[in-house]
Ligand binder design. Structure first.
Ligand SMILES: Cc1cc2nc3c(=O)[nH]c(=O)nc-3n(C[C@H](O)[C@H](O)[C@H](O)COP(=O)(O)OP(=O)(O)OC[C@H]3O[C@@H](n4cnc5c(N)ncnc54)[C@H](O)[C@@H]3O)c2cc1C
Length: 406
């Protein structure tokens, strides 16, 4: 493939900005335009539910310094949402009436919070958390020890609950599932439940919500499926995210059954000149032999950097396994790989009770995922176990030197 003269990137988040930066790092000297719907220059989302909600900082981690984009001849258009992609004409239209022709296009539009289909979600005092502006607004709402109800006990719900508790709010977490972070299986869920309980979080688990009550002056409560009502001054709805695929869908690009834009191993969509990366990309992953869509920081950063070479004419498959991290109170953890706790065997090295352990998930003797909690010395060994194909036993994982395993 010859090198394109002009590349347009839609979405000025981590994946989009990483792609733009990597294009220049790789020596691409054609035109690059990046369209971003938000007013802020590209930033990373993880600090929003941690440092920023905790009041430790007003600024996120910027993907690059303010002068990087102009200094590298990248035409960064902020506050400029793309509204339409014309595949035939190879043009992106934006909300300000601009038309941007491209030889190659990258879609990196990320995700948006899933909404709850119940009455009262639009009341003042009801929040979701995706952007810097969301985080600053939620942080202000946490001031003055309010009663906070967090609906959803996934990563963002648990991190936000920790931040709210650390600022003196009364916090109740609600979920239809039996425990927080249930995606990791019951044993690990119990570790996080214990952590939050020790910090004073209250629970209403195994229960959906039917309504948010209140009036024009704000939310006052959360009605549960059993008819009871939890009083609330602030409600955070954190029930997951959905990939923003409307542009791709309207353009006629193939979507994946699992959600997201279908891309091949090289992150190319069903249109040969259009690629997708980050949260929206449902990639045919060579390691897993199936489509995988990952809503994690490292995936957005690494896919963005990787797809740059393919936008410029390469065809390299993206092969990295997923990586994720979280910080809640004094617990820090990393997760590598892709397990299915409903079918993989859980093996624990260390002490779940002390919250110092590494959890492994094993399938037919192979490590599908490893999660280190408050243990930081084995990162490379864990990555090698997740990425390798060697068979290991539960006994080896519990007691052997991990770096010496095959
Ligand atoms: C609060 C929070 C905390 C998180 N913490 C962690 C963590 O601890 N660890 C971890 O691994 N992951 C974490 N994540 C997930 C991780 O940050 C995301 O997976 C990652 O940011 C996805 O990057 P992206 O570039 O695909 O999408 P985004 O970062 O969402 O960027 C997409 C950008 O595209 C813009 N956009 C959308 N549509 C258009 C359009 N039509 N035109 C122009 N622009 C458009 C959006 O405004 C947005 O700025 C967290 C996410 C959130 C919300």
């Amino acid at each position: 493939m010859s090198e394109p003269k002009r590349i347009v990137i839609v979405g000025a988040g981590l994946a989009g900005a990483s792609a733009a930066a990597a294009l220049r790092d790789n020596g691409y000297d054609g035109e690059i335009a990046v369209l971003g719907a938000e007013a802020h220059r590209p930033y990373e989302l993880p600090p929003l539910s941690k440092r920023i909600l905790l009041g430790q900082s007003d600024e996120p981690d910027w993907v690059r310094d303010a002068d990087f984009y102009s200094g590298h001849d990248i035409d960064l258009r902020l506050g400029t949402g793309a509204t339409r992609v014309e595949l035939g004409a190879r043009v992106v239209q934006d909300a300000r009436g601009g038309r941007h022709s491209y030889d190659r296009l990258l879609l990196a539009t990320g995700s948006q919070p899933r909404t709850l289909p119940v009455r009262g979600v639009d009341l003042p005092g009801v929040y979701s958390l995706r952007t810097l502006d969301d985080a600053l607004a939620l942080r202000s709402a946490f001031a003055g020890s309010p009663r906070v109800v967090v609906v959803g006990t996934g990563w963002i719900g648990t991190e936000a609950a920790a931040a709210a508790r650390q600022q003196g709010a009364e916090v109740t977490m609600v979920d239809v599932l039996p425990g927080p972070l249930w995606v990791l299986g019951p044993e690990i869920s119990e570790v996080f439940a214990g952590l939050h309980t020790e910090h004073g979080v209250q629970w209403r688990l195994g229960s959906g919500i039917t309504e948010l009550t209140g009036g024009p002056s704000g939310v006052t409560g959360v009605r549960l499926a059993d008819g009871s009502e939890l009083p609330a001054d602030v409600v955070l709805v954190a029930v997951g995210a959905v990939p923003r695929v409307d542009l791709a869908h309207a353009a006629g690009l193939e979507l994946a059954d699992e959600g997201g834009v279908a891309v091949d191993a090289s992150l190319r969509t069903s249109a040969p000149d259009v690629y997708a990366a980050g949260d929206i990309a449902a990639q045919w992953h060579p390691r897993y032999g199936r489509r995988v869509r990952v809503e994690h920081w490292a995936n957005a950063k690494n896919q963005g950097a990787h797809v740059a070479a393919n936008l410029a004419g390469g065809q390299e498959p993206y092969t990295r396994s997923p990586y994720f991290f979280t910080d809640q109170y004094d617990l820090g953890c990393e997760y590598r790989g892709l397990a299915d706790p409903s079918r993989d065997e859980l093996v624990v090295r260390g002490d779940l009770g002390k919250r110092e352990f590494t959890a492994f998930w094993l399938r037919e003797g192979q490590v599908t995922a490893a999660m280190n909690v408050n243990m930081w010395d084995d990162g490379d060994a864990l990555q090698a176990l997740v990425d390798g194909e060697a068979k290991v036993t539960p006994e080896q994982l519990r007691n052997s030197d991990l770096a010496a395993l095959p």
